[in-house]
Structures are given as C-alpha cells and as structure tokens.
Design a protein around this ligand. Structure first.
Ligand code: NAD
Length: 426
C-alpha cells in the first residue's frame, strides 16, 4: 500500500482495539500499547476483551504480521502515527486526564518531526490545544503545527450497533492548522468511508460533546414525561411511536430505568465542568443529570405501587431483575443503573435475584443480589413476586416472561405486544 504508516495505538479497549484492527485491515502496521500487562498478554494470545472485536478478527489481524501488542511504551519509537484512546473518567464531576497525560508523555518520547498525533479520548473543548500541545512541546521540543500534526478526532462508536461500525460512521477530524486536518483525513480515509474535517480541535471536541449532551438531555426529557404520563393515564410509548411518524423535526428517544454506559452519563459533565469555569452553570446538563439519576428510585417506587395494589410490600418481596447491562444485547455494566435500582429495593427489604445472558454470574457491587445462572426457567420466573425487565436483551422470550411471571414491571416497552393485567409498563 502506497501510504502505509506505522501506527501506535495507545489504549486497547473499546475504542483502541477496533481502531487497531481496522488500520491493519487497511495495510498499516500497528503497534498497540497498553500498560495493562494482563490485557496485552491476552491480546497477544488472540483473546479479545471487546465484544465488537471477535477473536476471529483479532487472530486474522495478528496472523497478517502487521499487528503487535506491547506493554512497553519504548516500542512506540518505530511509529509515525500515534492515536491516543485512553480512559477519561470523572472524579467528583471533575475530569481526570491523568491517563491522557501519561499517554502523551509516551508519545512525546517517541515523536519525530512530521508525525501525526491524534487524541480520540472524549474530553472538554481546548484539551488538545491547551494541554497536549504545550506538554508535548516541553517534553520533545517539537511544536505543533510547525513540527508535527496534532489532531482531535472523537470516536463515535455505538457499541453493539449492528448497522453502524467504525467504517461507515463518518469521522470528524479537527487539526491544529490545515495541514494537520489534511494529514488526519488521509490517514482515516484509508479505513473509514467518510471523513469530515472541521477547522480546529476545539470544534471536533465540541462536536462529540454536543452529540452526547443532545442524547442525555433528550433521554431526560422522555424520562420526566414517563413520570407524569403515568399519572395522566397516557401511554407515552404510543405517543412516541405516533410522534415518530413525522418525517422531519423529530427524533425519537425512549424512557428507561436510568442512563448507563461509558459516554452518556459522563461526557456532558465534561462540558458542564468547562462551562462552570466560565462562572455560570450549564443548566440543561445539570437538570438532565438530575432527572436521569432519579430514574432508578422512580422505578423502585413504581415497584412498590404494583406490590401495594395486591396488598404486598417491598419488604420480603422476591424480585427478579432481567438484564443488568446498561444496554440491549451487550455485556457491559459500566454506569448501569441496575445496581442502584437493586440496592434501593434491597434497602426496603426486597430479596433480589438477577439474570443476564450477557453477564457472567458475579456479585453486583453494592448489592446482596443473587445471580441466576444459565437459562431463564419458568420456575425462576414464577418464583418471583415481581419481575422487572431492566434491559431488553433480544435473548429474552417476552411471551414466556409474561406467561410465567406473577407480576411484570417493564421499563423498556418489551411487552408492547403482550399486554395483560399483571404487566405494567414504565
Ligand atoms: N466505549 C465507548 O463506547 C466509547 C465511545 C466513544 C468514545 N469513548 C472514549 O474513548 C476513550 C477510551 O474509552 P474506552 O471505552 O476504549 O476505554 P477502555 O477502558 O475500554 O480502554 C482503555 C484502555 O486504555 C488503557 N490505558 C490506560 N492508561 C493508558 C496509557 N497511559 N497508555 C496507554 N493505554 C492506557 C487501559 O489499560 C485500557 O485497556 C474514553 O475517553 C471514552 O470516553 C468511548
């Protein structure tokens, strides 16, 4: 391949590993670096920790001879492209960029004039220009845009989405200077169908936060509506379906037991943290956070109402929670509202069991809940006073759940076609 590069991918998780495999598929040589030695060893053995990357693809990429993994940052000196895909968590609603800083230090030590450096980790507007550029200059003596190309390009991956993956999700790039944007566009175009270049890193950083804040706020809107629609006797799910028939000006969002995952509950706080430093709050984000964070408690209160109707109390009730992952058909528990909901029910005396075909049986942090191993059986369903559908995994046979359960509280509208007196929807 004419423009084949040697790419260092720093951070081999949900974002970095698919990128590494895609770049190999385009003929680039890739050195994946991660300080987690256990992860590196399992990747070298062809075992993928990421659901969107099958072992088969990883093995094929390794067999091509173009992909290698290392726990030694010194191996990155062979690279001329560096892509940083490390976590950017929040602590007390404050961004923690320590992992970005240490990845940047590794890049600075390996950087040569003319190289391309891309930050993909989600962060607040200004990080690339105000934090990365000076740090790299101090450590390497190289200045962007004069000596090398510095770019922000957000990963927009939607884990588990069967229609949109890395290749057909348009890529946004914003470089420090036009040459940097062009260099990044050339690199990403080798394995992504469409690249959209914006004028600088700030716009690219903001684009990512706008997308996720938009989702966060709209989910909060329907969650708040779900609360009052129950009292108004309105079927919100049907109203959402009806509004969705409008071919313009409306995008459907659905309520649920709370928001989870690595992005939606976290990313908007990056923006509100940055806005707060201007001296005022970002009220939309703060309100949305409040509404979404309240949902597990609201679901627990609806459970109490359902039991009450039959003269039962939460105290002593046997409750089975179906699905604890934050999202349909994924085995990802990050920021899932399920443990919060369960501990809320347990604090009121419920005896909770949980089942999830995508999550291995294990203790759930902060709860006493007992995992149900193996397939979901009629005996398990009928043994519960109430079954909560928390995550709408396709593996669940809803007709069976409705048939065998005594009471169902469905937070995902899985039972739309299976209405019955003992089934209540959010
Ligand atoms: N998961 C998603 O769906 C998603 C989507 C879009 C954006 N993002 C963003 O991408 C970034 C990475 O997220 P992720 O989900 O891939 O995280 P992850 O936890 O799955 O993987 C990150 C990896 O980085 C490694 N790491 C930590 N410090 C490092 C360092 N100094 N150098 C190299 N590697 C290091 C960790 O060991 C880990 O293996 C975050 O900023 C996240 O917000 C994630």
């Amino acid at each position: 391949m004419a423009n084949s590069r040697t790419v260092g991918v720093l951070g081999l998780g949900y974002v970095g590993l698919p990128l590494a495999c895609a770049a190999v598929g385009a003929g680039h040589r890739v050195i994946g670096y991660d300080p987690d030695e256990v992860r590196v060893a399992s990747l070298c053995a062809g075992s993928s920790p990421v659901e969107d990357v099958e072992d088969r693809l990883l093995e094929k990429s390794l067999a091509s001879g173009l992909l290698s993994f290392t726990g030694n940052a010194g191996d990155l000196t062979a690279c001329d492209v560096f892509v940083i895909c490390v976590p950017t968590p929040l602590h007390d609603k404050t961004p923690d960029l320590t992992m970005v800083d240490s990845a940047v230090d590794a890049v600075a030590a390996a950087l040569h004039p003319g190289d391309l450096v891309v930050l993909e980790s989600t962060t607040y507007p200004g990080t690339t220009e105000d934090r990365l550029a000076p740090r790299i200059a101090e450590l390497s003596g190289l200045h962007a845009p004069r000596d090398y190309h510095l770019v922000f390009s957000p990963e927009r991956i939607d884990p588990g989405n069967p229609d949109y993956g890395l290749q057909n999700t348009p890529r946004v790039v914003g470089g420090l200077g036009p040459a940097a944007g062009a260099a990044a566009a050339e690199f990403y175009s080798s394995f992504i169908d469409q690249v959209h270049v914006v004028s600088g890193p700030r716009e690219a950083e903001m684009a990512k936060l706008l997308e996720n804040t938009y989702r966060h706020v709209n989910i909060a809107l329907v969650n708040e509506m779900a609360i009052f629609c129950d009292e108004l006797g309105v079927d919100l799910w049907e109203a959402i379906g009806a509004a969705s028939t409008k071919p313009f000006g409306f995008a459907a969002f659905t309520p649920g037991p709370g928001v989870g995952g690595h992005c939606i509950p976290v990313d908007p706080s990056y923006l509100s943290w940055r806005v707060r430093r201007l001296g005022y709050p970002f009220r939309f984000v703060e309100l949305a956070g409040e509404v979404n964070d309240r949902m597990p408690s609201y679901v627990a209160s609806r459970v109490a109402d359902i039991l009450n109707r039959d003269r039962l109390s939460v105290s002593g009730a046997r409750i089975l929670v179906l699905g604890v992952a934050y999202k349909r058909d994924l085995g990802d528990m990050r920021e899932s509202p399920a443990p919060v909901l369960i501990s809320r029910l347990e604090s009121q005396g419920a005896i909770v069991r949980w089942h999830d075909p995508h999550i291995p049986a294990q203790p759930l942090r902060g709860t006493q809940a007992v995992p149900v191993e193996g397939a979901l059986t009629p005996v398990e369903l009928s043994g519960a006073d109430l079954v909560i559908i928390h995550t709408d995994h396709a593996a669940y046979d809803v007709a069976d759940v409705v048939r065998h359960s005594r009471r169902v509280f469905d937070t995902r509208n899985m039972t739309a076609e299976h209405r019955a007196a003992h089934v209540t929807r959010l």
